[in-house]
Design a protein around this ligand. Structure first.
Ligand code: B12
Ligand code: SF4
Ligand code: SF4
Length: 423
């Protein structure tokens, strides 16, 4: 490991929760769900955005990273997660996104003696890593981060979010995303890294939960549903919170997705960690500068909210979800520019990146930032260069460190007017 990782003993890892003002968040208010019920967010573009995930498009312009092949790949990468999401649609569920993943096999009703909480945690981590997780940590359940309500797509309104209080442990799993695809963001190709992350996450969550249930304990596997992932991932010691509103891990930077399992398996807890991210974010504003939607703050952490899609009563860096999603709808794919440009997005198994990590977590962090910018890392790699067939390969070399478009004028990716409009 290249960073000097130390425990963060501050309450809530230093992020101030104002107990007088704090309100738990309702999933009804996240911007994806608002795009179904809130006319200030919903538009023909948001509808076309969702549709483009279901149906291969034939009439796109030949924009790099947004061609038919890129969309075909993106949508195929979502296939695993989509199958689970649609499995119980008839029962009014959307597993993994609006509801927990459903248990598909019987559980044992006889509890196995799992030994000490330390032994049980060590075993569960080994199983999680063997099943395909890249990171795993354990946090105490904390009701503050559980949604007050779920959203029902079928009913167009909130519904109860039952979660048994006896499930007092949360196993947080991290799934690294494909760095070579993320390097091409914004593009539908980069969106394939997102889809692959969700599909892999769903399989690992289901398998690990079934293992716990086979031992006679309860396990509720959750992807984006049920609760906020970021505060749990921080609490489980998987990383530090960054200016771009994402968790930065010492292994993969923020290029990672999270899933969580609520369980009553008695597991020893992990502790939040520090390795210099907060100090680096106080200097660096690469994400804020590069964000095509100007959605990431350049200012100090604050309890001010942009709109109803931010949680109330926490002093932190908060992203403007409306602006971010508006940009996605315009380019017709999700965006990961903030991950691409972040200096922590690098392969820390390489010696030079280990050296960089040492610098980044020292008084020489300004030098680390300068070296990062000078190296050109974080520039957009042409999506054409990702594909092995070189007939259309970019003549401009591997990296195109161009500033991607502003909100009002997305990259050369706008769909043609003859885009299919129905699923
Ligand atoms: C909705 C959502 C979005 C929406 C809208 C957010 C909104 N405000 O409505 C938008 C479109 C912005 C979005 C974008 C992206 N998202 Co998103 N998103 C979610 C989702 C499904 C729900 C989060 C939510 O309810 N937010 C609403 C309120 C609470 O937002 P908020 O007040 O601004 O709080 C945010 C942070 O400050 C933090 N947070 C919340 N409470 C607290 C408390 C403390 C103490 C701290 C420190 C932080 C913190 O979490 C919130 C994340 O939106 C989560 C999964 C999950 N269940 O958590 C993934 C999730 C946060 N997204 C993720 C990712 C990766 C992305 C993108 C990079 C897109 C992509 N390629 O996948 C971009 C990055 C944008 C950015 N810089 O934040 C990952 C983050 C992984 C990581 N390394 O941290 C998650 C965890 C999904 C996953 N399964 O891994 N997302
Ligand atoms: S995903 Fe893109 S638009 Fe959204 S905050 Fe990150 S850089 Fe900005
Ligand atoms: S790009 Fe810079 S400011 Fe933004 S999260 Fe990464 S280190 Fe922090």
């Amino acid at each position: 490991m290249s960073f000097r990782i130390r425990p963060d003993g501050r309450p809530d890892a230093g992020w101030r929760v104002d107990t007088d003002r704090f309100e738990r968040f309702s999933q009804v208010d996240d911007v994806f769900n608002r795009s179904w019920w809130d006319e200030t967010v919903r538009s023909p573009e948001t509808e076309r955005f969702f549709q483009s995930y279901r149906r291969p498009l034939e009439t796109w312009r030949k924009a790099r990273g947004f061609r038919r092949k890129d969309y075909a790949l993106r949508n195929a990468s979502w296939h695993g997660a989509d199958i689970f999401a649609e499995l119980k649609e008839a029962e009014g569920r959307r597993d993994g996104f609006l509801d927990p993943l459903s248990a598909l096999r019987e559980a044992s009703d006889e509890k196995e003696d799992v030994g000490s909480p330390e032994d049980a945690a060590a075993e569960i981590k080994q199983v999680a890593l063997t099943f395909g997780a890249d990171l795993v940590g354990v946090a105490e359940s904390d009701r503050r981060w559980v949604y007050t309500e779920r959203y029902s797509l079928q009913q167009g309104k909130g519904k109860p979010n039952p979660l048994d209080e006896s499930l007092d442990r949360v196993i947080v799993l991290g799934q690294a995303m494909d760095a070579s695809m993320i390097a091409t963001a914004p593009s539908a190709l980069a969106g394939a890294a997102t889809g692959l992350g969700y599909s892999q996450d769903a399989i690992v969550l289901l398998a690990l939960s079934q293992y716990i249930r086979n031992l006679g304990y309860q396990a509720v596997p959750t992807l984006n549903d049920t609760a906020l992932a970021i505060p749990y991932a921080i609490k489980a010691g998987l990383g530090e919170y960054g200016r771009h509103g994402l968790v930065i891990t010492p292994e993969h930077g923020s290029n990672v997705r999270f899933g969580k399992i609520f369980t009553d398996l008695p597991l020893a807890l992990d502790q939040p960690i520090r390795f210099g991210v907060e100090e680096m974010c106080n200097l660096c504003r690469a994400c804020s500068t590069a964000c095509p939607a100007s959605a990431i703050p350049a200012s100090e952490p604050s309890a001010e909210i942009h709109n109803r899609s931010n949680i109330v009563g926490i002093e932190k860096w908060s992203v403007d979800g409306e602006a971010c999603f508006d940009y996605w709808a315009k380019i017709n794919s999700d965006c990961s520019v903030c991950i691409r440009v972040c200096p922590y997005t690098r392969d820390f198994s390489q010696r030079r990146n280990k050296v960089w990590a040492r610098l980044a977590d020292s008084r020489l962090r300004r030098l680390a930032l300068w070296l990062d910018r000078r190296s050109g890392r974080g520039g957009r790699v042409s999506p054409i260069d990702w594909w092995p067939s070189s007939s259309e390969a970019s003549s401009s070399g591997k990296s195109t460190p161009v500033q991607v478009s502003l909100r009002s004028s997305p990259p050369d990716s706008s769909p043609s007017s003859s885009t299919p409009s129905a699923l």
